[in-house]
Design a protein around this ligand. Sequence first.
Ligand code: ADP
Ligand code: MG
Ligand code: ZN
Length: 471
Amino acid sequence: MKFDTVIGLEIHAELSTKTKVFCTCSAEFGGAPNTHICPVCTGQPGALPIINRAAVEYAIRAGLAFGCEINRYSRFDRKNYFYPDLPKAYQISQLDLPLCINGKLELSTGNVVRINRIHLEEDAGKLVHDDYHGQSWADYNRCSVPLIEIVTEPDIKSAEEAAEVVSKIGLYLKYLGVCDAKMQEGSIRADVNISLKPAGSEKLGDRAELKNMNSMRSIIRAIEYEVERQAEIIEDGGVVKQETRRFDDAMGTTSPMRTKENANDYRYFPEPDVLAVTFTEEDIENTRKKIPLLPHERVEKYVNEYKLTEEDARVITLEKYLSDFYDETVAVYPQYKSVANLFLTEIMRRVKDSEAEEIPFSAEAFAKVVEMADKNTVNRNDAKSIIRIMFEEGGDPMDIAKANNFIVTVDTGAIAEFVDKLLAEKADLVEDYHNGKTNVFGFFMGQATRALQGKATPKAIKEYLEQALNK
Ligand code: ADP
Ligand code: MG
Ligand code: ZN
């Protein structure tokens, strides 16, 4: 049998606000266990939540970036369940009046994935298992850190598309400045809903849900495993159970965790302690103004205004800090192509796999190197060495060039000696030149630049050659 894979994602992203969503505790990642807590985020009797305006604004920014409608009236709901890392025994979330609805995301395959909703909610804490002492500890630092949940329609057709959705959403949230999108720190995680249906059929099949996937690789492997598992069940005449499953990274398999819960299992009801939020047109326009150029808009600008190739533009915008660095460089030295060339080869290559997300020197310093190479103050290979040294040891580009004898000095005596001798030896070509065969100029230039490397700039050679030929 042939099947179509159907995937819908629920992506949780932790917002990078300074404080938590309903209290003033720090929302920063890490910290000694239970040092970022207070009566509100640990649910002590009588403590009352107050909503963090920045968290609401961040969620709206995300909604606008993904083309959502913003509900002018939005409300919070209480989702009740017990979990040892959730001391309140409920989570404040949003059920039927989320902040944002009806967005979309276009993939490189051309598929457009509809976004059903983006709502704001609070995170839970975490359990730390101490196998040595046979004990578990609860760390409530993450309790009430703001999360947005981005829910897609079941429009995703493959493991690769699912991975693209997660990485693209992460990239956009980073550009928006609302989430650091570090999967390894759990600031982006995805629940993957997956089902199969007979190829071409309209009716959706029964789905399994894989909870809390936190790496691109495991998302892809888990989906591939599920596709095989479900296909086997259906081919044997069975029915796929609607259940929540967990992915075992070491085994590469999924196993049942619990039967799938429904909304009414949670006894949702309107959260009585948090006021509804309302927006005017002006509020929304003010938020829209805070949205920087997004990756696809930067690509457009680089291609149309800066004349970079689409491929180069795309590579530069794959990380916001790199794209920002490129922008800062061309702001001081607007030679878009030559900046892009050294940037793509000498900078991207060195920071590609670094997690630090920083370049250890300023855009001004980099602009200086590109300019030195363009003006032949140093030759191109030495410019690359300067960049390498700036990465390894730091320092000012001009100082590095001087200390390493990279500065191309113009030895006018050497130019005259070489060019005069060359023209005397090739008198026949000089005559050709005077008879209108001006392309021999290129030949002379080539000979001279090669012979005079390190002693003269092409510009100085060209000037001398022109004057010598036209004497
Ligand atoms: P629930 O609240 O029970 O998790 P939702 O209807 O809110 O269910 O859907 C949650 C996610 O599951 C959404 O991302 C949706 O696209 C996806 N989904 C729903 N039905 C299917 C299906 N048959 N196959 C794959 N994904 C599905
Ligand atoms: Mg779900
Ligand atoms: Zn608190």
